[in-house]
Design a protein around this ligand. Structure first.
Ligand code: PEP
Ligand code: MG
Length: 753
């Protein structure tokens, strides 16, 4: 088996879902595809019938066709039964010598020597078993076993989606919808017209309207306009020089005329001076309604493209390289090669019902932000922008990682039902937590939330959260066109502190660099930005920026006495960094005349810190584990790179041992660390953290009720046993299996969503 062929299989398998009318047909096509492409003699899928506790052969390539639907086995029977019973993969090169081997003559399987079986698990429950067999003696390599396990995950999705489609009352349509597959990184279902968002990393949202200076914005616009004219003139001249055809020159001249259109220019000026809009926002607002209107009239569509070009050109000169289509009030699915955190920050969940990208992974900031804002997302869809045309309708399944292009009625009906079920399951958990709180219950774990945008504050408060364990302040900066002044920053912090009066807000110092770039920041030409001048490293080299942020936080904290305000330093690697950061804080506080001492703590997200935790005790008032980066650096896997996404494993035994080390060491000194990476938000890994002894969590707003529900459902003694079991595992699959099983046992509602 070759890796390349395997990857193709993954992509093609998704297509069979859309092309099948029934679960059986989808499974039949799947096994055939897998067997043919991977050169296997047999590939079969057995489905588990929970009522009679039997595995029934549902599809096979290689076994006798007559046996399909007829051959079944209990969980005590044969190797397939053993895989179902233990819910663990089993591979053997001489199946018949295995003590559990049982011969099923109806299938004609005596010809086969080697066997591989992988359990098909959905939400921790047995759905069936995928088996592969070869006639010759064959040793399945570790790499192949991993591939087949990933494939099994896809088969579970195929079963899930085919069942959902089969339940739909609408008949299948004649014309089959295209179905693409990627990695679902933000659960949920969204359907709308597709729009393309630009691929330039420096794309930015329009600057926030408040606190802009109209005169400055007007000046910026006039400069951008002049530069755009100059650019057009330059291009026309160089085309003429190169002897290019008259048509290109004509187009550019037409652009130039449109740029100078007095109605357009006056509208922009008015929006800036009378409505206090920023220059970029004014350009967008002046031109976009016309683009929208023209794009709907066939004879004017060409013209609308010209207007898009002009808007792009002007915005680029305003430092805003938006190559995207403008998103109006209509719901849309945003697709892109990749979305930067800044671009994701601009997405309004009221109109953007899903995002689909060619690149990305589970813990890339785009995925985190999409989850946080409740926008379903599928990443890593190969060739997306070639396969989908603007204006196609996309149905995005953020659970299974499927994207249906122009779906038929059957698909839509099936998915709408699923969407309602999902919302009902979420609501059941919310109600459960509310009942618990109303009954005076106190959860043993403290749960706070992660915030990125002021827009998320209301959602967080509605979910019942009282404190912020991680305020990603860089997202505030990303929404600006220049470094905000102290007073602009102070106003922002005051708003957030006021919203959490009575609780706490942990302000993480601006964490830029790596994949988080600011539009107005000098471009750092680094070969490996994830290991480069990021976070506190960058801040200490830019003390003016650091001091400005500190002044704003201190100033806002001074007028918010009812809120506990903490300052948190990201990416600390060496003790001197923490000392230096703290010294500057002390200086700025003294200069400000503030008498309020804010707790000054650090993130634990670089492995070096794990070995010096005790040295940090005098300089860090608190510790919060940034598991997203910690896993990235421990495992040497770029968290944004989808090619190695299966190697980014937060539940890896090495990570669990490291985290256990942190919590036990700090507890000896009466310190209670928090976890603010995604591990804390995901029920299975949150359960692992609880078992390891963590008591404080900071999570995505939408997951706040889920983690509180988990906390109220677990029992201390069970966690002790689970800790011992977890620490005894030597591989991540075994850990995952254990966590799924325990989650089902202790918090069944969570295992179902
Ligand atoms: C982390 O690394 O776990 C973290 C919380 O910070 P970010 O995801 O913003 O890097
Ligand atoms: Mg981090």
């Amino acid at each position: 088996m070759e890796q390349l062929r395997y990857l193709e299989v993954l992509n093609d398998t998704a297509a069979v879902v859309a092309a099948s009318d029934s679960v059986r047909e989808a499974l039949g096509r799947t096994v055939e595809l897998v067997a043919r492409r991977l050169g296997l003699d047999v590939c079969s899928i057995y489905l588990f019938d929970a009522e009679v506790e039997e595995l029934v052969l549902a599809a096979s390539h290689g076994l006798l066709p007559d046996s399909i639907g007829k051959v079944s086995m209990g969980l005590e029977e044969g190797l397939t039964g053993l895989v179902g019973k233990t819910q663990r993969p089993l591979f053997t090169s001489s199946a018949q010598e295995h003590p559990q081997f049982k011969f099923f003559p109806q299938t004609g399987e005596e010809r086969f020597t080697s066997f591989g079986g992988i359990p098909l698990l959905r939400h921790g429950k047995l759905e069936g078993v995928l088996t592969v067999q070869t006639a010759r003696q064959y040793e399945f390599g570790a790499n192949e076993q991993l591939m087949l396990a990933t494939l099994a995950g896809l088969v579970v999705s195929i079963i899930d989606v085919s069942e959902l489609l089969a339940r739909s009352e609408a008949p299948p349509s004649e014309e089959r919808a295209l179905c693409l597959t990627g990695l679902g990184t933000s659960p949920g279902i969204g359907m709308a017209r597709a729009v393309v968002m630009g691929v330039r990393a420096e794309n930015l949202p329009p600057p926030a309207q408040e606190s802009l200076c109209a005169a400055e914005e007007l000046e910026r616009f006039e400069e951008a306009l002049a530069e755009s004219f100059e650019e057009a003139d330059r291009m026309i001249a160089s085309l003429r020089e190169a002897g290019a055809g008259g048509e290109a020159v004509e187009i550019l001249q037409a652009h130039r005329t449109l740029l100078g259109d007095p109605h357009f220019v006056d509208t922009v000026r008015q929006l800036i001076s009378q409505e206090q809009q920023g220059a970029s926002a004014a350009v967008i607002n002046a031109i976009s309604p016309t683009i929208e209107a023209f794009s709907k009239i066939e004879v004017l569509q060409e013209k609308s493209h010209d207007l898009i070009d002009i808007r792009t050109q002007l915005l680029a000169h305003l430092g805003l390289s938006v190559e995207s289509e403008i998103i109006g009030d209509e719901p849309v699915v945003v697709m892109a090669q990749t979305l930067t955190p800044a671009q994701t920050a601009t997405l309004d969940p009221d109109t953007v019902v899903a995002v689909v990208t060619e690149h990305g992974s589970e813990t890339s900031h785009m995925s985190i932000l999409a989850r946080s804002r409740g926008i379903p997302a599928v990443v890593g869809v190969a060739g997306l922008l070639e396969k989908i045309r603007r204006g196609d309708t996309l149905l995005v399944d953020g659970h299974n990682g499927f994207v249906f292009v122009n779906p038929d009625e059957r698909t839509c009906t099936g998915y709408f039902e699923r969407k309602e079920q999902e919302e009902a399951a979420h609501q059941a958990i919310v109600k459960n937590v509310e009942r618990y709180d109303a009954g005076g219950g106190v959860t043993p774990h403290q749960v706070e939330i992660n915030l990125g945008f002021s827009g998320e504050v209301q959602q967080a408060i509605d979910s019942g959260a009282q404190s912020v364990g991680l305020l990603r302040t860089e997202f505030f900066y990303m929404q600006r066109s220049a470094w905000p002044t102290v007073s602009e920053q102070t106003a922002y912090y005051k708003r957030i502190f006021a919203a959490f009066e009575g609780g706490a807000v942990t302000v993480r110092l601006v964490d830029i660099g790596g994949d988080k770039k600011l539009p107005f920041m000098e471009e750092l030409d680094e070969p490996n930005p994830i290991l480069g001048l990021r976070s506190v490293r960058w801040l200490l080299e830019h003390p003016d920026i650091y001091r400005t942020q500190l002044s704003a936080v201190i100033g806002a904290a001074d007028v918010s006495p009812g809120t506990t305000v903490r300052i948190m330093v990201p990416m600390v690697t060496s003790l001197w960094e923490m000392r230096a950061a703290r010294e500057i804080y002390t200086e700025v506080r003294k200069q400000s005349g503030s008498s309020r001492q804010l707790p000054f703590g650090m993130m634990v997200e670089v492995p070096a810190v794990l070995y010096q935790l005790e040295d940090y005790l005098p300089v860090a008032d608190f510790f919060s584990i940034g598991s997203n980066d910690l896993v990235q650096y421990m495992m040497a896997v770029d968290r944004n790179n989808e090619r190695v996404r299966d190697r980014y494993v937060p539940h890896h035994p090495a990570v669990l041992h490291a985290l256990y080390g942190v919590v036990t060491q700090l507890r000896r000194h009466w310190r209670v660390p928090s976890v603010c990476g995604e591990m804390a938000s995901m029920p299975a890994t949150a359960l692992a953290l609880m078992a390891l002894g963590f008591e404080r969590f900071s999570v995505l707003p939408r997951n706040y009720p889920l983690i509180r529900y988990l906390s109220q459902s677990v029992v201390a003694e069970n966690l002790d046993v689970l800790r011992q079991e977890l620490l005894a595992q030597d591989n991540a699959d075994a850990v995952a299996w254990l966590l799924r099983e325990k989650l089902r046992e202790h918090a069944d509602l969570l295992a179902r969503i």
